[in-house]
Design a binder for this molecule. Sequence first.
Ligand code: SF4
Length: 482
Amino acid sequence: MSRTFIGMPAFPRAARTATADAQLRHNLRAATRTIRGKRAAAVGELDDWAALRAAGKAVKERTLRHLDRYLEQLEASVTAAGGHVHWAADAAEANRIVADLVQATGHSEVVKVKSMATQEIGLNDALREAGITAYETDLAELIVQLGDDLPSHILVPAIHRDRAEIREIFLRRMAGWGVPAPEGLTDDPRALAEAARVHLREKFLNARVAVSGANFAVAETGTLVVLESEGNGRMCLTLPETLISVVGIEKTIPTWADLDVFLRTLPRSATGERMNPYTSTWTGVTPGDGPQEFHLVLLDNGRTDVLADEVGRQALRCIRCSACLNICPVYERTGGHAYGSVYPGPIGAILTPQLRGTGGEPEASLPYASSLCGACYEVCPVAIDIPEVLVHLRERVASAGGAGHRVEKAAMAAAGWVLGDGRRLGAAQRAAAAARSLVPRRLPGPAGAWTDTRDLPAVPGESFRRWWRDRRVGGADTEAES
Ligand code: SF4
């Protein structure tokens, strides 16, 4: 069973470990650069990309503004189509609802479609505690589950693994979960995919209950939509008798027509494909076709708090394409585990502290896990201004205090006092120049964190103003320090 992120260290410590792992950095660099190139080419083909981006942003903004109304409409539509809607305020409630629903079927195994929402609430662990085994069917999620690992990317959870590592995991762990890996398995991608296919087929054919997420939930029709590349999700969505979908409330969109823009922007942003290989939609139940019982669990788990924040709420527009991860220089070097959450990279750095609050050390460190270069904003298909939210969250963390922030505030107040008066500045410069041989390479106390990763600039022998005065020919000497 895959592990959870609970108890992970704050980002700086986790990142230090990750960046020391040369194999990890090699795997990440190769994978993110490939996807990045494909995305750039796929987006570059479209003349109207800017208009599509603006349209996606507008649909999501409008939905969030009236989310209460659209959620009620969604509930009515799903119910009218023969489904059941459950409201979950937090992870514990969602897990309990799903476990109860599975137990009511009398079965103790479920197949799962890849789903960030179920990862977020730790559903697999909760089901295990209730005596239910959940089998991940997405290839990358399967690798993570068999490897007793943590996902490290929104779209490709096993992006930190290379082919040799995946082969080793399959050979070592598949037999314990069902059909074993074939003897003589190589690390050829086709051989690995075939081993996974045979292993998963047994699960698909035996499972009577499936758990999914959804990329979109259409309020006007009650239709749920999943986009995927492998077809495994479709097997889960069509073969079992009972389907339980756990969906964050922000996945709602008003109308079927609104899907149009996302079906064009999501595949190009995510995998660099013009259209998605498998797009599955389901609306309630249809007698004699597909699951005969359908439950929709609508998950809040902190989302209404995010919605209440005028700057931060734009994070709820996210369509989980992961383009911001693939472009981010910080993510490329640290990988996803360092973020201590199922949401890594730039979107994780703004979503996790909002969903979980900035009270904990890992969450408070995430708004600083960025160089603020703005590349994430450039590629985001729904134009989330991630740097703006990062700065907003830094402000929140700083104003909450903490030793480092108190020292920083005091230093800024002192700097303001000195810089606000020419004579004080001159005196400070003379004092600094006189003591330049005593300036240490590393600052003492909490300020030392700054010089851990930077060189302290050398203090010049004379100030610029003195230098200017000495070289100026015939000019009036107006320097305050004279
Ligand atoms: S923030 Fe934007 S770029 Fe990042 S995953 Fe979400 S939609 Fe994609």
